[in-house]
Design a protein around this ligand. Structure first.
Ligand code: SAH
Length: 447
C-alpha cells in the first residue's frame, strides 16, 4: 500500500458547524471530484445539490446527512434562488455544516457568486471549493485543448441558456464573432441554431471548426464535430441533448488527432458487475479503464461462517492435513482469519501441499506468505482436479475449505483417488437486494 502521508496532506479537515461550503463537483467523471469536495461531502450535516453532479457522489455522504435536491425538475417550477439562499443561511445559523454542491465549478454559470454574496451579507462564514468546469473538461475529454498554442491564445466562456424564458441580451454577438480565440458555450445545444446564425451573421467564419460534446467526461460522452455552419444540422442528426458544451474555433479542428476517450474499446458500453461489493472494485476499475460505464449491482454478499465447530476443529488440525485446497480468495481470507483466532499463522500450512483453485486464490495466498504448490488454470473445480493429478493423496487426509453451497466435484474426485476428505464451509453467499441512497426532492423546505 502507498504511504498514507501524502494522501493525508490533501485533507484539510471536516466540514465545520455553522459554515457553508460552495463546492464544485466537477463535470461528471468521479475522478474529477477534488479531494476537498469529497472530504466535505462525506462529512457535512446537510447537502443541497443540483442535478448535474457526478453519479454516486452522494453515496459518500454520511448516513444521517440531510440530502436535498434543489435543482430544476422537468415539469415543475425550480426552487427560487432566494429560497436556496435562505435555506443555506438557516441551516448554518442552526449550527449545521452545509455543503452547497454544484456541477463543475460553483462560480462558472453556477450562481455561486450570488450565493456567496448572500452569505457574506448574512454574516455566515463560507468557503468556496472550485471544481473542474465542464467548459474545459468536456473539450479535453473530446480531444480539444481550448488554448492550443498554435490555434488560440484566448478562450471565452459564454452561456447560451437552454431556458427560452431567459434573455441573453447581455451577449455582444459582434464581440464574440470577432473574439480571437476559442468560444466555449454552456447551456447552448437547444439554442444552437440561433447561436450559430447570430455568430455567422456577425462575421464569424462558418467554415471554422466546431464541436458539441454531450455528457462530457461521463462514460456516455458523445461528440459531434462539424464546421460552424454545419454544426446545427450535425447535432440534430445525432440527436444531441443537454448537458452539452459547444466549442467553436480552430482548436476544435485538432480533435481527430487528440481524441482519446472515445477510442477506448468499451466506450459507450455499460457493464453490470454483479460481484459482491467487497470484491467488485478491481473488476470495475479494469472495465472503467477500458472505457465502460460500470454499474455495480452486487447480486451476492459473503457471510462468514468461521465460528462453527467444524471450522474450529479443522483449523486446530491444520498441520495434520497432507493437502489443503482453497477455492476462492474469500476462502483464503476467512481461513487466515479463523487461523488468527486460534493464534496461528501461515506456518500451520507448512506440512501440507497447498492447492488453489485458480490464480486469484493463489494471489490471495501469496499475500499471506504462502506460495501455492498447485494452481488450477481456470478457477473451476474440474481444472483443480486436473492440476492435482500428479499429487499423491491415496490414504492421506485432505481438507477442502470453501463456500457452503459449492459443488461436490472436488471432494468427490479426491475421495475417488482414496483421500480422506474433510470439507468445511468458511462462508455462505447470500442474495443481496439492490440499494441506492436517494436524495429527497424538495417539497417544502425544512430545517
Ligand atoms: N458550473 C457548471 C456549469 C453549470 S451550467 C460548470 O462549471 O461546469 C450547466 C451547463 O454546463 C450545461 O447546460 C452544459 O452546457 C454544461 N455542462 C455541465 N456538465 C456537463 C457535461 N458533463 N458535459 C457537457 N456539458 C456539461
Amino acid at each position: 500500500m502507498a504511504d498514507p502521508l501524502p494522501a493525508a496532506c490533501y485533507m484539510l479537515g471536516k466540514a465545520r458547524p455553522g459554515v457553508v461550503y460552495l463546492v464544485g463537483a466537477g463535470p461528471g467523471d468521479p475522478g474529477l471530484v477534488t479531494s476537498r469536495a469529497l472530504e466535505l461531502v462525506s462529512s457535512a450535516d446537510a447537502i443541497l445539490h443540483d442535478r448535474l453532479i457526478p453519479p454516486l457522489l452522494l453515496e459518500a455522504a454520511r448516513g444521517d446527512a440531510e440530502l436535498l435536491y434543489v435543482g430544476k425538475h422537468p415539469g415543475s417550477p425550480e426552487v427560487l434562488q432566494e429560497e436556496i439562499e435562505r435555506m443555506l443561511i438557516e441551516r448554518a445559523r442552526a449550527g449545521r455544516s452545509v455543503v452547497r454542491l454544484k456541477g463543475g465549478d460553483p462560480f462558472v454559470f453556477g450562481r455561486g457568486g450570488e450565493e456567496a454574496e448572500a452569505l457574506a451579507e448574512a454574516g455566515i462564514p463560507f468557503e468556496v471549493v472550485p471544481g473542474v468546469t465542464a467548459g474545459v473538461a468536456a473539450p479535453a475529454y473530446a480531444g480539444i485543448a481550448v488554448t492550443h498554442r498554435e490555434d488560440a491564445s484566448a478562450v471565452a466562456f459564454f452561456a447560451g441558456h437552454e431556458d427560452p424564458g431567459k434573455a441573453d441580451s447581455a451577449l455582444d454577438w459582434e464581440a464574440l464573432a470577432r473574439f480571437p480565440g476559442t468560444l466555449v458555450v454552456y447551456m447552448g445545444v437547444r439554442r444552437l441554431p440561433e447561436i450559430a446564425s447570430r455568430l455567422i451573421g456577425a462575421g464569424r467564419d462558418g467554415a471554422e471548426p466546431a464541436a458539441a460534446i454531450e455528457r462530457g467526461t461521463l462514460p456516455g460522452q458523445r461528440t459531434v464535430a462539424a464546421p460552424l455552419g454545419e454544426l446545427v444540422e450535425a447535432v440534430e442528426r445525432a440527436g444531441l441533448a443537454p448537458p452539452a458544451i459547444v466549442v467553436i474555433g480552430p482548436a476544435a479542428g485538432r480533435r481527430e488527432r487528440i481524441a482519446w476517450l472515445e477510442h477506448r474499446p468499451l466506450h459507450g458500453r455499460t457493464v453490470v458487475v454483479t460481484r459482491a461489493r467487497a470484491q467488485a472494485s478491481g473488476l470495475a476499475a479494469a472495465l472503467r479503464a477500458l472505457g465502460a460505464a460500470v454499474v455495480e449491482l452486487p447480486a451476492i454478499r459473503i457471510v462468514p461462517r468461521i465460528d462453527t465447530e467444524e471450522v474450529g476443529a479443522a483449523v486446530a488440525d491444520l498441520h495434520s492435513y497432507a493437502l489443503v485446497c482453497l477455492t476462492s480468495p474469500n476462502g483464503v481470507r476467512l481461513l487466515f482469519e479463523a487461523m488468527g483466532e486460534q493464534g496461528r499463522d501461515a506456518r500451520a500450512l507448512a506440512a501440507a501441499t497447498v492447492a488453489a483453485i485458480g490464480p486469484g486464490t493463489a494471489a490471495a495466498l501469496r499475500e499471506r506468505g504462502v506460495i501455492a504448490d498447485v494452481v488450477g488454470e481456470r478457477a473451476v473445480a474440474e481444472s483443480l482436479v486436473e492440476a492435482l493429478a500428479g499429487v499423491p493423496i491415496e490414504g492421506k487426509p485432505a481438507l477442502v475449505a470453501r463456500a457452503a453451497e459449492a459443488r461436490d466435484v472436488l471432494p468427490a474426485a479426491l475421495r475417488e483417488r482414496g483421500a480422506k476428505v474433510d470439507v468445511v464451509a468458511l462462508y455462505e453467499t447470500v442474495a443481496e437486494p439492490p440499494t441506492r441512497r436517494r436524495s429527497r426532492p424538495l417539497a417544502r423546505p425544512t430545517i
